[in-house]
Design a protein around this ligand. Sequence first.
Ligand code: PMP
Length: 401
Amino acid sequence: MLLDHLQAKLDDLRAQSLTRFTRVAETGTAPRQIVRGADGLARELLMFCSNDYLGLAAHPEIAQALAEGAQIYGGGSGASPLVSGHSRAHHEVESQLADWFSPWIPNAKAIGFCTGYMANLAVVATLGDAQAEIFSETLNHASLIDGTRLAKATVTRYAHVDLEDLRARLAASTARIKLIVTDAVFSMDGDIAPLPGLLALAEAFDAWLIVDDAHGFGVLGASGAGAVEHFGLRSERLIVMGTLGKSAGLAGAFVVAHATITDYLLQAARNYIFSTASPPAVEHALLTSFSLIRGSQGQQRREQLTALQARLRQGMTALLDRHPALPWRLAPSSTPIQPLIIGGNAEVMALAAALEQKGLRVPGIRPPTVPKGEARLRVTLCATHTNDDVDRLLAALEDCA
Ligand code: PMP
């Protein structure tokens, strides 16, 4: 019965061109990777799909720090943080993050998690207790949405980047605790949330602003601290979640906020308390990653990303001008996430397959990840791409157009 039931669902997904599959990567990420295709053959692809925006995952100093961390600590952490899994390296990562974010968050303290998904579940579900109302942005990441599902709070959704809609909903609320929850950089669109306006609303309505900066940390701001640095915000009401598997090139996540908030998460966040701490060697290597992000190499890589973005947008705009009959649309993004909205599921998958034939991997993103009729190529840039790489993508898109 169960197998028939599931097979019918799988058949339905196939009929809608919504089947997903994993592919086997034989080498590390960014920007060229040996990948085994559905035909079982391994080939080198130029990747425009990694979130390793600074190209640090393949940085030799990170690999060396990981090896050194393994020499010091061995493999796994062996237990949850409150039992015995919290190493000196975990402690250092948290205290460096608290120090790094202190210009934007007074009384900042940080707490580490194994993944961003877990950190988002923790912060939203734990702070969103029965006395709270959560104001959740419509295009938030799935992990924030799942956090609201676990929370005991009332959940109200507000329209994408719509400050007036949010203001009206905050004004109508009688909740004692109000939590505004938003992505900083929207992962499938690449646009940046209007954080100064959101923070002003938080101040005006005695609310708190939870910011998921998975895609801004490392990329935005002079030191790479992300969206709060980019906008120069400063408030105790800021609760920032950042991931360490994207720009930081490793794995893990953190929440940085007023110390009372992180102290409470340590006491009450179930996925912090009941889950094995991340491998200490990863934390040890994160210390190297942080100094790369904050140092001159990080700065140069952020500048390179900005230049690549401009080149890609210019080329794509010219391409769309040459083909006015095409329904394709370039999303208004100023980040390394540069989506090209195509429309139908089958069309976007055919385009992604045609690009792969040309040796380029650009993933097609379909509903439910994005709205129906807005399937898209999600192009992501890395600082280790070259101008020639971008030109190769533009030429391949021109052929397909
Ligand atoms: N938030 C956003 C906006 C993300 O894009 C992601 C990862 N796709 C996450 C959270 C989850 O982070 P992690 O991959 O570390 O679980």
